[in-house]
Design a protein around this ligand. Structure first.
Ligand code: FPP
Length: 248
């Protein structure tokens, strides 16, 4: 049986989040510059999005640019922005054809004007699509997301709209960039690094983690299927005991 056929479609993760990593090292191994790695990373993005949509995963979140990534060499940053712009413009038709909605989390207002504009156009065009949400984390920081949510709630308390006692998990959830999106059951990170790196800090509280040595440009559908199979073999206890879980 192939890896794909071994997947239990009744127990798919609804939401898969991926910390794509290793584009630079992949390029270095080939004697090329970092942008060559990012360009090849786009192929893996396409393959992964296709793989998730074919299986029936409802939400796919990709960490494409962190707030810390602005500190990279200027040529890499402008190259990444350019690649993002070109990729969005080239792929919007495919998203439409496949009923995939493009969304972003993070502060895209602070991104270059043409990139932000094109992203907004693509998001508007695909707004009604229902098969899968492809969520790009752009200029995103998990800590900054929590801070902006807390700030909004604090203002609401000050304005008398919210009581301190009403501040519960659901209220905070509703003020995060991911409001309305279920937490990822599975988080994948490539390139052998085993860190969260400021990705979805709140939302990953009970996620299963899958780490692979593969660099992002080498990530493919087989690797995706393997990650999902490993996820399906895990016992998710949410603080309970094995006996309690089995008895449910
Ligand atoms: C991590 O590898 C990769 C990134 C920070 C950028 C990811 C961007 C793309 C795959 C291209 C555009 C994306 C979309 C969604 C259209 P790294 O540069 O940190 O690699 P290294 O750790 O080997 O240096």
């Amino acid at each position: 049986m192939s890896l794909k056929e071994s997947i239990d479609l009744t127990k798919l993760p609804q939401h898969v989040a991926i910390r794509m990593d290793g584009n630079g090292r992949w390029a270095k191994e080939r004697g090329k510059n970092r942008l060559f790695g990012h360009t090849n990373g786009v192929k893996a993005v396409r393959e992964t999005a296709e793989g998730c949509a074919e299986l029936g995963v409802r939400y796919l979140t990709l960490y494409a640019f962190s707030t810390e990534n602005w500190n990279r060499p200027i040529l890499e940053v402008t190259g990444l922005m350019d690649l993002l712009l070109k990729t969005i413009m080239a792929e919007v038709k495919t998203l439409q054809k496949n009923n995939i909605r493009l969304r972003t989390i993070g502060n895209i207002d602070a991104m270059p004007g043409n990139t932000a504009r094109e992203l907004r156009v693509a998001m508007e065009q695909t707004e009604g699509n229902t098969r899968m949400d492809l969520i790009l984390a752009l200029n995103y920081s998990g800590k900054a997301d929590i801070v902006q949510a807390v700030r909004t709630i604090a203002q609401d308390v000050k304005d008398g709209k919210v009581n301190v006692g009403d501040i519960q998990e659901d209220l905070l959830n509703g003020h995060l960039y991911t409001a309305g999106i279920p937490d990822p059951e599975l988080m994948i990170r490539t390139s052998g690094e085993q860190r969260i790196s400021n990705f979805l800090l709140w939302q990953l509280a009970y996620s299963e983690f899958y780490f692979t040595e593969k660099f992002w440009p080498d990530f493919d559908k087989e690797e995706l299927y393997n990650a999902i199979l490993i996820y399906q073999a895990r016992e998710r206890r949410f603080g309970k005991t094995t006996e309690q879980i089995k008895g449910q």
